[in-house]
Design a protein around this ligand. Structure first.
Ligand code: TMP
Length: 237
């Protein structure tokens, strides 16, 4: 499979067309941003960790019956994925309070939720990805009721599968963000990435942060946290 033209460059990835109209190549960068691009930096080796971890997790999810965009890992940083139209929603599942919900609801970080929650943001950089309800998503035509229902069902299934997997490697899955895409035949599949950029991972015993919060909050040890997650998932070279 070969790259033809570059279709898109985002904050953390580039996307290339291929000779197959239904397949694109994602190329993971080491660039890191936070707060909608206001904070910028580099996390050395992050592209490799995110590419490999995301592919590994997507294959676990496929085995559990969750359709994903994954096709084939091509190199340390490159993966062939199904070409999709991204549903313009960021879908966030939370198992414990951390990040923006603490500020919004005045919760203490680490509060264990009675049940996992789901929320939707409208993917729009100019508006800072505002929080919306599922009714807004439908009213505004971002997705249909059927798609929202499918997305919710898939997102909770992803949570069950990933919580179980990460617990088995001594990591608690605090929260995460998913994106979904529509293939040419209208099927909804899990897209984008699942990585320390898009999840909060805490060591199950010590609650040490093993994710991008180390970069967002200037906690230090950013590369080490990514490397530790790579090690625990058994993906280290
Ligand atoms: P939040 O607490 O900042 O709303 O983040 C919730 C989860 O979503 C957290 O695991 C980080 C992830 N996330 C992204 O992947 N991209 C984003 O742009 C934001 C704001 C959060």
């Amino acid at each position: 499979m070969t790259k033809t033209e570059q279709l898109y460059e985002g904050k953390a990835k580039k996307v290339w067309a291929t000779e197959n109209p239904d397949v694109v190549i994602v190329d993971y960068k080491d660039d890191a941003t936070a707060f909608n691009g206001k904070k910028k930096g580099t996390i050395m080796g992050k592209g490799i960790v995110n590419n490999k971890m995301s592919n590994y997790l997507m294959q676990i999810l496929e085995a559990k019956g969750v359709p994903t965009h994954f096709v084939e890992e091509l190199s340390d940083r490159e993966t062939a994925v199904k070409r999709v139209t991204i549903v313009p929603l960021e879908v966030i599942i939370r198992n414990r309070a951390a990040g923006s919900i603490c500020k919004r609801l005045g919760l203490e970080e680490g509060m264990d939720f009675i049940a996992p929650s789901i929320e939707f943001s409208y993917k729009c950089d100019e508006l800072d990805d505002p929080l919306i309800s599922e009714y807004h998503a439908i009213s505004c035509g971002f997705s249909t009721r059927e798609e929202v229902d499918t997305i919710k069902e898939m997102a909770f299934k992803v949570n069950d599968a990933l919580k179980e997997y990460f617990a088995s490697i001594g990591v608690e899955l605090i929260d995460f963000k998913l994106e979904f895409g529509k293939t040419s035949d209208g099927t909804i599949v899990l897209a984008d990435e699942i990585s320390p950029d898009t999840c909060r991972f805490w060591d199950i015993k010590t609650h040490e942060k093993l994710d991008k919060d180390r970069f967002r909050r200037d906690l230090g040890g950013v590369e080490d946290a990514y490397a530790e997650m790579m090690k625990r998932t058994g993906l280290e070279k």
